[in-house]
Design a protein around this ligand. Sequence first.
Ligand code: ADP
Ligand code: MG
Length: 270
Amino acid sequence: MGTGSTAQGTVASPVLSVRNLSTSFRARDKWKTVVRNVSFDIGSQETVAIVGESGSGKSVTSLSIMRLLSEQASRIEGEVKLNGRDLLSLSAEEMRKVRGNDIAMIFQEPMTSLNPIFPVGFQIAEALRVHQDISKANAKAEVIRLLEKVRIPNADKRFDEYPHQFSGGMRQRVMIAMALASKPKLLIADEPTTALDVTIQSEILDLIKTLQEEEGMSVLFITHDMGVVAEVADRTIVMFRGDAVEIGQTADIFRNGQHPYTRGLLAAVP
Ligand code: ADP
Ligand code: MG
């Protein structure tokens, strides 16, 4: 038996600290709670995974942290701190800056975050220019450096290509390059490899791990796949129907997961 979820959910100087996060959506005249009292920390350069079946509340947890849910239709309670700064009490404007500068997010389908009518290089350059006072020529050189960093072959030639000219895996690399443009402290990756072929999946996972070390980022990695968890996560949170039913070192959860849902997940790992 572990030492209990609280002890294993917290770390000394967390980059992200989430306490009793609950999120509810308005359904006609009632509120329906879909994330309930979730608490965890992410340490410096640590990867924490949230794993659970579809509909368990993984994306809502990350969207609540980022404050990307409609304020009219949702209610978020609890505490979310980024390096000690309380995100839930920031103004919308301050929160926009946090999203631009401190936390980056990548999603399952990169096409939805890229604008189809602009070349990829231009879009990353724009993202860079939001963060740095940088000339057009220097921005282009920096974009090519970022594209090389995410290991896109012939990066200099691909600068002027449009999103549809990239394969799914290459588009996800583009999104990772875009995420790195702001030098984020925290990267939230919501099922970033789910839509990709298995071989491409492991290349992207390798890339995220390498970049995490190079950039010194912390990562919140959301997935429904225990195989992916084993590959990327230092610690793991298992979500089931809105509750964090288990939290601990990934190796401990694999060795000694306690909750029946966790045991079911583990039994399904090949
Ligand atoms: P997943 O673990 O698959 O990422 P989600 O976090 O997306 O699950 O969803 C958790 C629950 O919240 C689901 O029941 C989903 O239908 C519900 N939900 C998600 N977004 C909204 C929304 N904007 N309005 C109402 N209900 C939502
Ligand atoms: Mg989701």
